[in-house]
Structures are given as C-alpha cells and as structure tokens.
Design a protein around this ligand. Structure first.
Ligand SMILES: NC(=O)C1=CN([C@@H]2O[C@H](COP(=O)(O)OP(=O)(O)OC[C@H]3O[C@@H](n4cnc5c(N)ncnc54)[C@H](O)[C@@H]3O)[C@@H](O)[C@H]2O)C=CC1
Ligand SMILES: O=C(O)C1=N[C@H](C(=O)O)C[C@H](O)C1
Length: 275
C-alpha cells in the first residue's frame, strides 16, 4: 500500500491526516512539523485528537531521519511557501514524490520549485487547489471566457481570516489561466477581490459580465475534507510517476474534453429539411 507522509500539520494538514488515518487506501507513516513546533516527537494520531496511531512526527530539520525511518512514497505538503520550497529540495533529493498543496509562492519561487523537480527528475503535482471541483471550474471558466468574448471577467475569493496569503493560490492560477485564454494582443490582468472573514473554508467565484447579462461559476469547499479527498486523488495519481503535473492531468481533463468533442462530431445534431 502507498505510504504517505504529511508535511505541515496545521488546519489543512491535520484534517487530511484524520481523513487518511480512517482510510484503508493509504498508509499514513509520518508527519513533519516546523523545527520549533511542540508536535515534534509526538504521535500524529494523538495530536489530531484520535487514538495513538504509531505515526511519528519529525521536525523539518530532521527530514532525512523521517524519510529514512518511515520510508514514505510521497509527501503531501500543506505548510507555508518558504518551508515548502526548502523542504521540497530535500524530498526530491531523497527520491520522494511530492503533492504540493501549499500556496503563497512568488512566480520566482514557483519557477524554482519546477527547476528543482526537473533537476532531480522528481514526481510533482503542484495544485494550489487540490479539489477536483476547482479544476473542473477552471476548465468551465476558460471555455466560458472564450465563448463570451468582450465580457468583463472578475474573480472573487473568500477564505477564513487566518489565511496568510492574499490573493489565494487558486485565484492567482484562475487569473493567469483566464488571462492566457484571451487572444494575444488583447491580454490584460483579470482582477481578483479577496475577502478574509470568519471561518470560511474556501470559496471562489468567477463572474463574466456583459452589458445586459452575466454568468457566475463558483466553487465552495464545505469542509477541509474536500482537500483530503483531493489530496488522496492526487497521491494515487503521482505515486508511480515522474514529471511535473497539475490536477487537470490527474483528472485527465484534456482527454475527457477531447472525448466529448469527438462524441459530438460522431453524432451531429439532427437537422430537419424543409420539403
Ligand atoms: N491546495 C489546496 O487545495 C489547499 C492549500 N492550502 C494551503 O496549505 C497551506 C497551509 O494551510 P493551513 O493548514 O490553513 O495553514 P496553517 O498555518 O494552519 O498550517 C501550516 C502548518 O505548517 C507548519 N510549518 C511551518 N514551518 C514548517 C516546516 N518547516 N516544515 C513543516 N511544517 C511547517 C506550521 O507550523 C503550521 O502548522 C497554505 O499555503 C494554504 O494556502 C490549504 C488548503 C487547501
Ligand atoms: O488557505 C486555505 O485554506 C486554502 N488555500 C488554497 C488557496 O490559496 O487557493 C485553496 C483553498 O481554497 C484553501
């Protein structure tokens, strides 16, 4: 069975740990926390309020021991951008695959992450949003923006008030993708508005607004189990691969779209002749 380690045991990482401990498709073998965290040396099951699970937690300055002692096939990283980038180099150098859920990277840091993965011939899924729902939403919004040319496009993202990065990684990726789907020469930045309030788990909305009508495509995560479900999906995809991937690759979205188009051309709409 695939062996998994979670790096970053905060809101997202802890809930993912809880989900994976109750799941029989993976073996959660270890956790990684910050070097100053009181979680180091404790049992991950106890930390997240479950029974002792025999899952040790290592501080990130002892990653080598963690990997050597618990032998994970892959890491699920939900920490912070600075820690994630530093730790990724060690994971890749030890031939461990990474599902990178962490956000807040600058463009230069993103490029560095890709360069590291390339240099070590690693397996990486970089997913600023790990839910299948958001990847589906990205595809739908790109299609909609190509159809509704001339419409204004705006993104609204809403998260809990303790989230440190702004705008969200998901909103930045949506904005980049929507910008690139505009015709060359007409490309402009897509505005993002951010709300940080209460305990909102995660909500992204894309609005395409014309003079006389508008459409909205939105996604909402009801709980952090949405991230756990997505992380498991990504892990099962990357476990035997090398290369750099996105969630849309794990979901085969290009293939599904191609099948859909081929199917519609196999079954052209019936036309009625006037006789
Ligand atoms: N891709 C996705 O779908 C999702 C991404 N995220 C991202 O995951 C990250 C974490 O989010 P939250 O859990 O809400 O934040 P959080 O602040 O609750 O958790 C981050 C954890 O990382 C730990 N950490 C700090 N330095 C570390 C190190 N050197 N090694 C390992 N762990 C270290 C912190 O002590 C903390 O426990 C954020 O970047 C967030 O945007 C969160 C949810 C879903
Ligand atoms: O910090 C979070 O919580 C989330 N972060 C991700 C992001 O920045 O897009 C994804 C998700 O919406 C939750």
């Amino acid at each position: 069975m695939m062996k998994v380690c979670i790096s970053g045991l905060g809101r997202a990482g802890s809930q993912i740990a809880k989900y994976l401990l109750a799941c029989d498709r993976v073996d959660l073998v270890s956790g990684i926390c910050s070097p100053t965290s009181t979680k180091a040396g404790r049992d991950l099951g106890e930390i997240i309020g479950c029974r002792a699970a025999g899952v040790p937690v290592y501080p990130s300055d002892r990653i080598e021991s963690c990997i050597f002692n618990t032998r994970p096939d892959l890491i699920l990283d939900f920490s912070n951008a600075a820690a994630a980038l530093k730790n990724a180099e060690t994971f890749f150098s030890l031939n461990v695959r990474v599902v990178m859920g962490t956000t807040g990277f600058s463009k230069a840091e993103e490029a560095e992450l890709y360069a590291l993965a390339d240099r070590f011939g690693a397996g990486l899924i970089y997913a600023p949003n790990i839910t299948r729902g958001v990847s589906t939403m990205m595809l739908l919004t790109e299609l909609a923006s190509r159809i509704l040319t001339g419409y204004d496009v705006e993104i609204i993202e809403m998260h809990h008030k303790r989230k440190v990065d702004i705008p969200s990684g998901t909103a930045s990726k949506l904005a980049d993708r929507l910008r690139e789907s505009l015709p060359v020469g007409e490309r402009h930045d897509v505005p993002v508005s951010s709300v940080r309030a209460g305990g909102i788990v995660g909500c992204h909305k894309v609005m395409l607004v014309g003079e006389n009508d508008m459409i909205e495509i939105s996604h909402q995560s009801f709980s952090r189990n949405a991230f756990a479900e997505g992380a498991l999906f990504a892990a099962e995809f990357i476990q035997d691969k090398t290369g750099i991937f996105e969630m849309k690759d794990a979901m085969n979205l290009d293939g599904i779209l191609m099948d859909y188009l081929n199917q519609s051309s196999d079954n052209p709409p019936r036309r009625f002749a006037l006789v």
